[in-house]
Ligand binder design. Structure first.
Ligand code: CMP
Length: 153
């Protein structure tokens, strides 16, 4: 089992796509085990996007990610980090394949609706930023047996 940090970004909240996107993860069989609505501060943006802070696009990215509330999710499932990244599609909505979240709903490189962790190391770092302490709610989903066979994990 893996847990990924997913952010529904300000464009997702402003466009009233929160339910639509969470629904895709739920229908796939992933478990939402953490959910928080918050306004990202410039300091949190710099921490989250530490690898991008020195890039030319960072000032615009910070202005965007702090512009309205976001919804942070902890999403659990088998191979969840890879599965969710593939559900998102390519970073640029114009290049993302149809059928992916960005391919279906985004026409932008910056306003690409959703962020998701790209590795187990990023997931651990990002989950600690948005869900510090004991804020993740693990439970045993009663429908697991309808999503996959017992020997699949
Ligand atoms: P995300 O998956 O959250 O990771 C970094 C974000 O920076 C990315 O989605 C985009 O929103 C944004 N981004 C990446 N590359 C560019 C770029 N070249 N110009 C503007 N924004 C970018």
């Amino acid at each position: 089992m893996e847990t990924s940090l997913v952010l529904l970004k300000p464009d997702c909240v402003q466009r009233r796509l929160i339910g639509e996107i969470i629904g895709r993860f739920e229908r796939k069989g992933l478990n939402v085990v953490g959910m928080r609505m918050l306004q990202v501060s410039p300091a949190l943006s710099r921490e989250h996007y530490a690898e991008h802070v020195s890039k030319p696009f960072y000032p615009n990215l910070e202005e965007f990610i702090t512009s309205a509330p976001i919804v942070a999710l902890a999403v659990e499932g088998l191979e969840a980090i890879r599965v969710i990244r593939e559900m998102l599609g390519a970073t640029n909505g114009l290049k993302a394949a149809p059928g992916t979240i960005r391919g279906d709903y985004s026409s932008s490189r910056q306003m690409n609706l959703v962020h998701a962790s790209d590795s187990p190391e990023s997931a651990a770092r990002e989950l600690a930023l948005y869900f510090p302490g004991e804020q993740i709610c693990r439970y045993s989903p009663t429908l697991t047996g309808s999503f996959r066979a017992a020997d699949e994990g």
